[in-house]
Design a protein around this ligand. Structure first.
Ligand code: GLN
Length: 547
């Protein structure tokens, strides 16, 4: 029987609820339990696919092609269960589903209401995410409720959680509440009042937390924990201190040492072996004791918010760990790059152009790709980064003046990157589309496999087949491939199904390490295995630095 742990948040957002949830899941997994994580987002958008990365951070893509909250990235990096579309849902999805049922007449003329129809739907979605009734059913589903307790919009989720614990019984549902204990410098004190209030709010709606994770910039002393316990009705052993650490990989050990997993297992009557966090300790020691260091220039647009590149940053760090190195990431705003200042890239050990949408900053990215090519600096282009490398090559080496993507210049004489239906039409001519596709629905999303050409860098990295996840609309235009190849660009992987360009590279005879990929490899990197492409990229950067 599947048990549930609901994780709620109080006082303020950005306290690390995702990391806390993933850490608890990781400890439970190390106790031999089959665990998954589910994220409930209270906003009305159907998914974060069309939300600005400035507002929402990265959009994480699952194997089955769902565009989800970035917390799912943490989940996949912390536990072995892979996330699916069903592991993340929003208020928008709940309402959409209820409204469809209402239109179909499923409610038999009843008045459709938040309670019970919306709250029942939420519970059904949670059970589906936990795989209940399927071979994938887990022992424990950790359900993270987005937002902060007290917000109007997350109320139906909290109400659904309360109802679930009422129906399933107290030994099948546990509640963990993440709260903030600020240090007031002027008073020289940690303040517990916000915590008292947020737990009051929670208890008002009928939820008594079993454990409190108290975020603070420091360890919370026992007398303060005792006070919090008294005011919140949470036993003192359930008042757990979660202080700032230099790496998120310390959190599982921190929570385990204070008995969080045991508390949950006791509450949910789960008899398991004891936790084994050795691999986390090894990981932390690798992170804290790098032998070398390397600095990567990340030339992107959303440079002021590193949450937009969450998985990418993690993947680079993992690759560092696998090279016993610290990876420093310097954000270079591609909008400010010009031919006059591009040689600022000289100071770095490698250049990375990440994914992106829209025209802003694209010419700077093209310059960065050119600079890396001409100066034999290791270059990794991801998605848009592959596209700008292709445009750059077309313009400067294949004689295709004015080459561009139709995303940035619909009138370009040489659309080397374009929407498939702009180049795949019956008479073989390149057709222009005047209508832009529906923003919500035309992406190539999720995992697809490609064949890799023997003898290439790609082959050394991946072997004969590469399976990675996608999130993009535009493709390398088939009609230009021959001209690019004749000019020396290597197409090192093409998709098995549609024969689309997946990887391009420069021959090793002209450049030590220059690779562009249409997919997003960062979504599959974990601290345990790293990722072969990033590991190779960081190694190339280290070699470049040493040379
Ligand atoms: N804007 C490009 C496209 O839609 C690249 C997308 C990306 O980098 N994720 O194809």
């Amino acid at each position: 029987m599947t048990k549930y742990v609901y994780v709620t948040g109080g006082v303020v957002s950005s306290l690390g609820k995702g990391i806390a949830s993933a850490s608890l899941a990781a400890i439970l997994e190390s106790r031999g339990l089959k665990v998954t994580l589910i994220k409930l987002d209270p906003y009305i958008n159907v998914d974060p696919g069309t939300m600005s990365p400035f507002q929402h951070g990265e959009v994480f893509v699952t194997e089955d092609g769902a565009e989800t909250d970035l917390d799912l990235g943490h989940y996949e990096r912390f536990i072995t269960t892979r996330m699916k579309k069903a592991n993340n849902f929003t208020t928008g999805q709940i309402y959409m589903s209820v409204l469809e049922k209402e239109r179909r007449g499923d409610y038999l003329g009843k008045t459709v209401q938040v309670i019970p129809h919306i709250t029942n739907e939420i519970q059904d979605f949670v059970r589906r995410g936990a795989g209940v009734g399927t071979a994938d059913a887990v022992d424990v589903a950790i359900v993270e409720i987005g937002g902060t307790v007290g917000d109007i919009e997350s109320l139906p989720f909290l109400e659904a959680a309360r109802q679930m614990s009422l129906k399933a019984g107290p030994n099948n549902v546990a509640f963990v509440h993440l709260t903030y204990v600020p240090w007031i410098a002027a008073a020289g004190e940690l303040k517990t009042k916000p915590t008292q209030h947020t737990v009051q709010k929670l208890r008002e709606i009928g939820i008594q937390p079993d454990a409190l994770l108290c975020r603070a910039d420091r360890r919370i002393p026992d007398d303060e924990r005792e006070k919090i316990s008294l005011f919140t009705n949470v036993p003192e052993y359930g008042v757990i201190s979660m202080w700032d650490v230099n790496t998120i990989y310390k959190v599982p050990r921190m929570l385990h040492e204070q008995g969080l997993d045991q508390l949950i297992c006791t509450k949910l009557q789960l008899n398991t072996r004891s936790a084994d966090l050795k691999r986390w300790d090894t990981l932390v020691s690798e992170v804290e004791n790098p032998a070398k260091d390397v600095t990567i220039a990340m030339c992107g647009k959303y440079t002021d918010l590193s949450d937009s590149y969450k998985s990418l940053n993690e993947a680079l760090r993992h690759a560092g760990i696998h090279n016993h190195s610290r990876v420093n990431i310097e954000y270079v705003d591609s909008e400010l790059l010009t031919a006059d200042n591009i040689d600022q890239l000289k100071q770095y050990d490698a250049v990375l152009v990440p994914g992106g949408f829209g025209k802003r900053g694209v010419e700077g990215k093209i310059l960065a790709a050119q600079y890396a090519r001409e100066h034999k600096m290791p270059y990794l282009g991801i998605c848009l980064g592959m596209q700008v490398a292709t445009i750059e090559y077309a313009r400067h080496l294949a004689g295709l003046t004015g080459a561009n993507s139709t995303e940035f210049d619909p009138e370009t004489p040489h659309p080397v990157i374009a929407l498939i239906d702009e180049w795949q039409d019956a008479d073989g001519s390149i057709q222009k589309r005047d209508e832009k596709s529906d923003l919500g629905g035309t992406m190539r999303l999720g995992a697809q496999s490609s064949d890799v050409a023997p003898g290439t860098l790609a082959y050394d990295i991946y072997g004969s087949v590469v399976t990675e996840r996608h999130r993009h609309r535009y493709e390398a235009n088939e009609k230009y491939l021959e001209r690019l190849q004749n000019a020396g660009l290597v197409i090192s992987a093409i998709t098995q199904r549609e024969k689309l360009t997946e990887m391009v590279e420069l021959p090793r005879t002209v450049h030590p390490w220059y690779v562009g990929v249409q997919f997003h490899p960062e979504f599959k990197s974990t601290p345990w295995d790293g990722h072969p492409l990033f590991t190779a990229f960081i190694k190339a950067a280290l070699d470049h630095k040493a040379a």
